[in-house]
Design a binder for this molecule. Sequence first.
Ligand code: HPA
Length: 277
Amino acid sequence: MDLMAMLNESADYIRSRIGDEKIDLAIVLGSGLGDMADEIEDAVVIDYHDIPHFPVSTVPGHKGCLVVGRLEGHGVMCMQGRFHYYEGYSMSEVVYPVRTMKVMGIGSLFLTNAAGCVNKSWKPGDLMIIEDHIKLIADSPLRGANPEALGPRFFDMTRAYDRTLIGIAEKEAEKLGIDIRKGVYMLFTGPAFETPAEVRFARAAGADAVGMSTVPEAIAASHMGMHTLGISCLTNMAAGILDQPLNHEEVLETGERVKKDFSALVRSIVRSWPVFF
Ligand code: HPA
């Protein structure tokens, strides 16, 4: 089946569940941050299993549903659980939900994730606005025939992370007294955490954080002309910085510890989210 026909079927199904609710932005909740979806009012919860052509999440700590409703005065569609390359999905499957959102008419995207901290002057629990990213590994979600209806074959990535949204995020963090960081996120495929040598490489390349998500979605969103904001919760110092092994529990524990700040920040940013045309 043709990609656009599949996306339209997925979008039609979601519309059949949510009615005429106007959605202003889509939010993707990362590792350990999924509870924020519980704060959405008048929520319609749609299991990924029920959406035609949607992939299904397999990671502990990642739920698999769309939560559609209102947050801070805006109509939001929230992904509680996302898809990762390491789960075995192709890059185009990883970005399928974001494409569905665009087909539904949603013009902006708020991506969140948990990431390892590469910048030695920062600490676990810090929040980082993604200014730019590095993707040296894995194929592009746009590899293959270009779906012209979504965007052009060759497209610009200099504004992949929207400057207006970055400015809003900085301002809202300041109002909340959160000492927010700004930096470069580098994609690794996982599921192994990076080696210390890979982390040194990432730092030398200009990365401040490493992680296993977000970049494919940001590329697909950029292709479709969506306005994108990304925020990472730096849950741990990346491998080799401290003299201790990494584990997924640490990622979840730090996510838990900073959840209050993080969700307060997400809410404030959503409250100030501009209307894009
Ligand atoms: N590396 C990659 N992904 C991550 C990390 C990390 O150290 N922490 C949380 N997600």
